[in-house]
Design a protein around this ligand. Sequence first.
Ligand code: MG
Length: 157
Amino acid sequence: MQNIEALLLQRGVTKEDIIDCVYFLQAQYFDHLDKSRITYYVDSVLNKREVQQAIATGIAIDMATEARAFGSDELQEIILNDEGLYGVDEVLAYGICNLYGSIALTNFGYIDKIKPGIIGKLNDDHTTQCNTFLDDIVGAVAAAAASKLAHDRENLV
Ligand code: MG
């Protein structure tokens, strides 16, 4: 699998952006949550092959769409416009969340609604590149890392 961090960076997403999202989701449950602790959980999620394949698939769809090379004009327009009733981007993201249990799923729904930090930025940017799949993927990676952190909380506090 290609270097997934480099691919995310190429699309404007740093690991720190994802760490900030995990912090947003989990900080309230800790007396003190150090962002360096979160790095371990984000790395763990990003190192999983199924996660990497979901990330790469979503980004490939975004890139084919912005290059007008998706293969279906109708779907291409739907994806380019990030149409509200098109939910396949979220369904791909659930694939990541499903590997990390119910806390990942509920956190994904929450972060998708609030759109903190990089997720809001990606969601608002329709001019420089297509982010229809990427914003959900980043939300799912953050939600998955938040879930793993929550399950380890007992040992950390
Ligand atoms: Mg989306």
